[in-house]
Design a binder for this molecule. Structure first.
Ligand SMILES: CC(C)(COP(=O)(O)OP(=O)(O)OC[C@H]1O[C@@H](n2cnc3c(N)ncnc32)[C@H](O)[C@@H]1OP(=O)(O)O)[C@@H](O)C(=O)NCCC(=O)NCCS
Length: 157
């Protein structure tokens, strides 16, 4: 019940959010990204890291780039102790709304072939697999599934 009443806000990452983001990154991913990757995002005009804040702090984040008429999702993670409560879906919906506002043609992402929970989430939001990048992930040579969500029918462009 407490969870249902909890208020959430989505805000851009600030420098003093970095520790909270890294804590989620390290807890959620088997091969987490180093801090430097997140720090570099502050200086990229086309990059965004948006955080979902609950009453206890940051619960999830989404990192994405607006590249011309595409939004590329680089990373999406929810703190493991609050997964499966809709936070990933909330942030993904937010990113899709951003893409629509910026008149993007599509959203694209890579996801590990073994990462069925994430693939399930993306499929619920209309992403479909469009290709494989063999051995994309250097740590274990795992293939990436490329997933695409089109926002505008090609015939109208
Ligand atoms: C993928 C991830 C971001 C989902 O976050 P979340 O907050 O748990 O997601 P939600 O609660 O919004 O779940 C939405 C849907 O995703 C799918 N999903 C999420 N976790 C799942 C799981 N463990 N098993 C199967 N499906 C799952 C389901 O379709 C779910 O809908 P449902 O609960 O109605 O069945 C989270 O599992 C995570 O941080 N994983 C580690 C990092 C990662 O792999 N990120 C993706 C990189 S591409």
């Amino acid at each position: 019940m407490a969870d249902q009443a909890e208020k959430f806000r989505i805000l851009p990452m600030r420098r003093d959010d970095l520790d909270a983001v890294l804590a989620i990154e390290r807890a959620a991913h088997r091969w987490p990204w180093p801090a430097q990757i997140f720090i570099e995002e502050f200086d990229r005009s086309f990059a965004r890291v948006d955080l979902l804040h609950g009453q206890e702090g940051v619960v999830a984040f989404a990192n994405y780039w607006l590249m011309h008429d595409e939004v590329h999702i680089l990373n999406l993670a929810t703190a493991p102790d609050v997964q499966r409560r809709g936070h990933g879906a909330t942030l993904l919906g937010h990113v899709i709304a951003f893409a629509l506002r910026h008149r993007a043609r599509c959203l694209v992402l890579e996801v590990r072939q073994s990462n069925l929970p994430a693939q399930s989430l993306y499929q619920k939001f209309g992403f479909r697999p469009v290709g494989i990048r063999p051995h994309y992930y250097v740590e274990n040579q795992e293939d990436a599934v490329v997933m695409l969500r089109e926002l505008v029918a090609p015939a109208y462009r």
